[in-house]
Structures are given as structure tokens and as C-alpha cells.
Design a binder for this molecule. Structure first.
Ligand code: AMP
Length: 549
């Protein structure tokens, strides 16, 4: 079946326990990469997938791998190699959540910086899936606490990142120590030559999957993005609802569960919001859309599936609360606004990891997406005062205030106070929950700043390269890998940051000599970290890190 016709997980021959887990997670339909990868991997083919974070690629390989495990065999059957420890943890958690109904399933994340003892114990206990950074896997293989002879599948996740961090030789070394007939899936956001080469050398007749980037014109729509972290999304949305001049707003989230939860949270904050998802029957969906049309409802929180074809002229704003899987979905989503010759505004929430998708979307729409300018405190204050005035005006117009006028007149006479002071006191009371003067939301601003800071240890290092003096609080260390071994600073930063768990910004100047190098690191590193760094391998050399005299 062509993948474009796959609109539900039922069509993907996924086993009942996995279906159940997906259902509970609230996934409504497979993402494009899932629709393509899952049948391919289930049929035993190798796969070369160009996909970035946010496309649903983790489930695209995790589900078929889980389905093919033999749980009665407590030995490593699948290995996922990832560039960073964060990703190792995240992917292992994803496996765990999809496998919640697979009895006895064990997944183990292994990465540098974590106690070797714990890992050894868990490996001895038996695991089915390992999610790991390359360095630590090599350590275990060398000390023979891990053998990859029993692997039937291997995934290289974010292969281009592994390349950037100097892990590609390690990845090849690991690949060479796996059985020849194992299935391989390689995912990469970009396909530089070096990644293609690895694919060519190790994958057997792979199916290539790429999410097509359709272009479209979206002239009537003002596109904006807001850099933030996952945990700030609700606060950001609340802010938007307050400061944006909208008629009706359509908010897109990933799961059915999220439509309900978010709509409830918005209702609790006083907005008239409703969910719109594929679990609702046709009649209920139509009723919701009808209420939106008739202004009985201003905010709808929808999944892509449920909002397909939604055509309501008064939708002035589309908010991509969760980034769409691909550019096609994005174009479809934002096309729900700017209808009938009106202007529309599309706002996209982007977390740091999703930066790449933002770039892809800009390309597809051939229009730059501007960054959201947070309204100033004063602007918010003015707006709140304006809303308050309007509320007062409409009360005066619509309500019978005779009794209330009498009460106020009496208070003024009895207490001998000005009516103005009474009005001020009542205004204070009315705005108690929502003061005119807002608290500056520091976290939202910080998030934007962090988003724009050059990311990754490598770029941060460039800054420090300019001055070779040791920063206060740093110490210079010697490591036994140098120019002759083909190392470059990037490899060293990548290895130390990842395996030693030292943040990139704490890694200072690196100087390469022929047979060794020096690197500035925080003085007084914990013994445990020192040990890890001493034993770390880069370019097939053990670092043997030592403090310089
Ligand atoms: P990934 O691209 O693998 O990092 O996934 C991004 C996010 O999308 C994760 O939070 C997943 O839980 C979520 N996700 C993946 N597949 C689906 C799906 N078919 N429906 C809804 N959410 C999904």
C-alpha cells in the first residue's frame, strides 16, 4: 500500500500490545515518516531515512523493532546509537513507553558519565534493547561486558550529529563488530557525504525515505515563530491569548489527549475553548465547528486529522503548539487561516531541538518566519486597562445598576469618602487575580536567548579559542591523542562533553601537539569524571587524561 494511503495505525500491522500503548499515548495517526518506515522495517529491509527531530522518527524505528524482539531471549537484540546522553535517555524512555504492554521487556540506556557498575549489573541481568552513545559501547565491548553477536537490528540515530561530534570512526568500528545479517536503519537530518559513505558500506540495498518538502505560497499569512522550551508552552499560549488581537484561534497539538487537556486548561483560565479530535464522532465535531463559526466558541484545540478541511473564515490565528511533522502538515495547518481574502497569522512554537524543522519550513513556504516579539510590560498593562474599560462600558450598557448606585452612594455618605476612592478600591478588587502591571516573565525571555546562543560544545569552544590563557577556575590537562592520530578539537570536545558530562561551555582552550594535546577543564573535577576521562578513547587512543604540571 502506498504510504500516502496509510492514515491509521491499524493499517500498519502493528501488534496488539503496541497498538494499545499508542492508543493510550493519544497518537491519532502515523506521521509520514512512520507510515513509510514501519512497513519497510517490518519487512526486514535496511533503511536510510532523512528525518529530523519532531517528525516522529523515534516511533518510526522503535515500533517495528519492538515488534520483532524475541522477549524470551534475554540478550541484546537491538542497539540504537545516538550522539548524546540526553538523546540516549529520551529514546530509551520512548521505547519504554511503547513497550508498556510487552511483559518482561528491558531497555538500557548506556552513556559516559554514568556509573559503570550499574551498567554492568543491568547488562548481566539481561536486556533486549540498548540505547547508547558510541564511546561507552566501545568501552563495554573492549572489557567484554557487552557482545553484539546476538544483535538482529541496529539503528544509527542522528548520524550527521555523530559525524559532527567526531564519532563516525567509532560508529564504523561498532558496525564492524555486529553480525553481518543484522538489519540497519540510519536516520540523519542531513546527508553529508561521510554519512552516505557509511550507509553505502554497511547497509544492504536500503530503502530510502525522505519526507518530501512541498512548497506553497502563503502570502496572506503572517508567519511568526516563538522559541521556547516544552515546559513554557502553556505560559506562552496564555500570553498570546491575552495580547493577540484575534477573532478565532485554532491551536494544533500532536495527540488526542493533548487536545482535551489543553482545552481544559484554557477553559480554566477563562477562555471558551474546545477540543477537536478523531475520537469525537462526526456529529460532535460538526457541532464544535459550528459553534466556532457562530462565535459561541473562540478557541479550538485540534489534531491534524480532525482539522483536515476545516474552513471557518473567522479563524484569524493558527498556533502550532506542537511543531508539525513536516512542511506539508505545516502548510495545511496554517492554511486554516487567511481565508476568504482575510489576513491571517500563524504562530509556531519551536523548542531548541526543533530548530531544523523551522529552517525546513521557511524553505518550503519560501518566506522568512519572523521571531515573535514579546510585547513589552507597558503594552500588556495598557491592554489590560483597555479591556477593563471595555468591560465596565458593557456592564453599564447591559445591566441594571440602580441598587449598586445606591449602595455606593450610601458608603460614600456613611464613611465620608470620595466616590473616586471607592471606585479605585473596587478596581483593585476586580483586578486582584490579574493585576494591571504584569510581572516580567523572565523564563520566557531567557528561553529565547538560549535558543539563539550558538549551540553545541563546538561553537562555544570557538569563543574561548581566542584567548589561550587559562580562565580562573580552570586547569590544563594533557591527553594522549594528537595531530598524528588524526584528531581535531571537535572530536575532543565531543568526547569530553558527552562521555564526561562536562558542559561544552566549560571546556576551554584545546591545543593540538603532534603526539598529545592539552585541554582546559574546570579545576578540581570529581574523581569519577577524571576516571571516565582517563579511560576514554578518541581516535582509537586512550586519553589517559592528566593534570599538567
Ligand atoms: P520525535 O521526532 O521522534 O522526536 O518525536 C517527536 C514527538 O512526537 C514525541 O513527543 C512523540 O511522542 C510524538 N509523536 C510521535 N509519533 C506520533 C504520532 N503518530 N502521533 C502523535 N504524536 C507522535
Amino acid at each position: 500500500m502506498p504510504s500516502s494511503e496509510i492514515t491509521s495505525f491499524d493499517q500498519l500491522a502493528i501488534s496488539a500490545p503496541l497498538q494499545r500503548a499508542i492508543l493510550e499515548l493519544g497518537y491519532e495517526a502515523p506521521s509520514p515518516i512512520q507510515a513509510q518506515s514501519i512497513p519497510c522495517l517490518l519487512s526486514g529491509h535496511d533503511l536510510l531515512g532523512q528525518a529530523q527531530t519532531g517528525t516522529g522518527k523515534t516511533a518510526a524505528f522503535a515500533l517495528p523493532l519492538l515488534q520483532q524482539l524475541d522477549l524470551s531471549q534475554k540478550r541484546p537484540q537491538a542497539l540504537i546509537l545516538v550522539p548524546t546522553r540526553e538523546l540516549a535517555i529520551q529514546v530509551a524512555e520512548a521505547f519504554q513507553s511503547y513497550a508498556r504492554y510487552l511483559d518482561g521487556f528491558h531497555v538500557l540506556p548506556i552513556y559516559g558519565g554514568q556509573s559503570m557498575d550499574i551498567q554492568l549489573r543491568q547488562l548481566r541481568r539481561g536486556v533486549h534493547v540498548i540505547v547508547a552513545t558510541p564511546g561507552r559501547v566501545m568501552d563495554h565491548m573492549r572489557r567484554e561486558s557487552l557482545s553484539l553477536d546476538t544483535l538482529s537490528a541496529l539503528v544509527l540515530d542522528e548520524a550527521d550529529e555523530m559525524l559532527k561530534m567526531g564519532f563516525i570512526d567509532d560508529v564504523e568500528w561498532i558496525l564492524e563488530h555486529t553480525p553481518p545479517d543484522r538489519q540497519i536503519a540510519l536516520f540523519s537530518a542531513t546527508m553529508p557525504d561521510a554519512v552516505r559513505k557509511v550507509a553505502k558500506r554497511h547497509l544492504h540495498d536500503p530503502r530510502e525515505i525522505k519526507i518530501a518538502a512541498k512548497t506553497a505560497t502563503v502570502d496572506a499569512i503572517d508567519q511568526i515563530y516563538w522559541p521556547l522550551s516544552e515546559s513554557q508552552k502553556l505560559e506562552a499560549l496564555t500570553r498570546l491569548l491575552e495580547v493577540e488581537d484575534f477573532d478565532a484561534m485554532l491551536i494544533f497539538v500532536r495527540t488526542k489527549t493533548a487536545t482535551v487537556e489543553l482545552a481544559e486548561k484554557l477553559e480554566a483560565r477563562g477562555h471558551s475553548a474546545s477540543p477537536l479530535n478523531g475520537d469525537m464522532n462526526q456529529q460532535l465535531r460538526e457541532r464544535t465547528i459550528d459553534r466556532l463559526k457562530k462565535k459561541a466558541l473562540d478557541v479550538v484545540v485540534a489534531t491534524d486529522v480532525a482539522a483536515r478541511g476545516l474552513d471557518v473564515d473567522r479563524v484569524s490565528h493558527v498556533v502550532n503548539y506542537d511543531i508539525p511533522y513536516d512542511t506539508e502538515a505545516y502548510i495545511h495547518r496554517i492554511g486554516r487561516t487567511g481565508r476568504a481574502g482575510r489576513k491571517g497569522k500563524a504562530i509556531l512554537f519551536v523548542t531548541p531541538r526543533e530548530r531544523r524543522l523551522l529552517g525546513a519550513i521557511e524553505k518550503a513556504t519560501r518566506k522568512p518566519i519572523k521571531e515573535m516579539q514579546l510585547p513589552s510590560r507597558n503594552a500588556v498593562t495598557e491592554r489590560r486597562i483597555e479591556q477593563f474599560k471595555q468591560m465596565l462600558a458593557s456592564i453599564q450598557e447591559d445591566e441594571d445598576l440602580t441598587l449598586f448606585r445606591d449602595v455606593v452612594t450610601n458608603i460614600a455618605a456613611e464613611q465620608d469618602v470620595e466616590i473616586l476612592d471607592i471606585a479605585a478600591a473596587l478596581t483593585w478588587q476586580a483586578q486582584r487575580e490579574r493585576p494591571f502591571v504584569v510581572q516580567e516573565s523572565a523564563p520566557l525571555k531567557t528561553a529565547a536567548r538560549e535558543f539563539h546562543e550558538q549551540s553545541g560544545p563546538e561553537k562555544k569552544r570557538k569563543k574561548s579559542e581566542k584567548h589561550a590563557e587559562i580562565d580562573a577556575g580552570s586547569a590544563r590537562y594533557r591527553i594522549e591523542v594528537g595531530r598524528e592520530h588524526g584528531v581535531n578539537p571537535k572530536d575532543i570536545v565531543g568526547a569530553i562533553a558527552n562521555e564526561g558530562g562536562i558542559p561544552g561551555k566549560r571546556i576551554g582552550h584545546i591545543k593540538l601537539h603532534d603526539t598529545y594535546s592539552t585541554v582546559d577543564l574546570p579545576a578540581g573535577l570529581p574523581v569519577q569524571t577524571l576516571r571516565i576521562l582517563q579511560k576514554l578513547w578518541v581516535r582509537n587512543r586512550q586519553l589517559n587524561l592528566r593534570l599538567m604540571d
